[in-house]
Design a protein around this ligand. Sequence first.
Ligand SMILES: Cc1ncc(COP(=O)(O)O)c(C=O)c1O
Length: 213
Amino acid sequence: MSSDLDAALFGEIDPPQRLLMGPGPVNAHPRVLRAMSADLLGQFDPEMTAYMNQVMALYRPIFGTSNRWTMLIDGTARSAIEAALVSLVAPGDRVLVVNFGRFGLLLTEILARIGATVETVDASWGEVVPMDAIAHAIEKFGPKVVACVHGDTSTTMAQPLDGLGALCRAAGALSYIDATATNVADGFHYLDDRPGKPVGTAPATTPQEGELP
Ligand SMILES: Cc1ncc(COP(=O)(O)O)c(C=O)c1O
């Protein structure tokens, strides 16, 4: 029997060794690699639920939160960003993006695909957005969600977040934070009194009033 498939495509997987030190994938501890070679379980297996509960317990201190729904989305950072935004935002919802780099643009692109009505409050690359400009934009636009990157990797700038939660709460808006590059490493702490959901390297946390899928 002939086949168009090239047998060389299906050799044993033997990737080269790389030192990974970016905000994306990093080298895993051998204990983690061993766990990843264990047999598969179905996602509804009670044993799997127990492992997921362990993961939630391990990630709460990372965010510094007691939020029950603190979980790991299985994918790169973007998978958690999309999961959070698709859950929070419906077509036509008004979303204000605090935009000061490439990853602010990523938020506007994803939100546009969801069909949100997007407004941005911008800073030039290399700068951050002053809190009074954000306050003014919230007042003027009346968003349902304010979406902000904490550390924008493209410019290395960290947007100050102090006061953002209070502004959102006063305006009845949810606050969404992408902390992919700053969670843990840059002293980013999710605060229980800040409404919304920061998202890091695909872990995500949310208070009960906003639910992830
Ligand atoms: C701030 C920020 N947000 C989102 C992403 C997207 O992450 P990923 O490529 O892991 O999906 C990155 C990637 O570098 C990032 O630095």
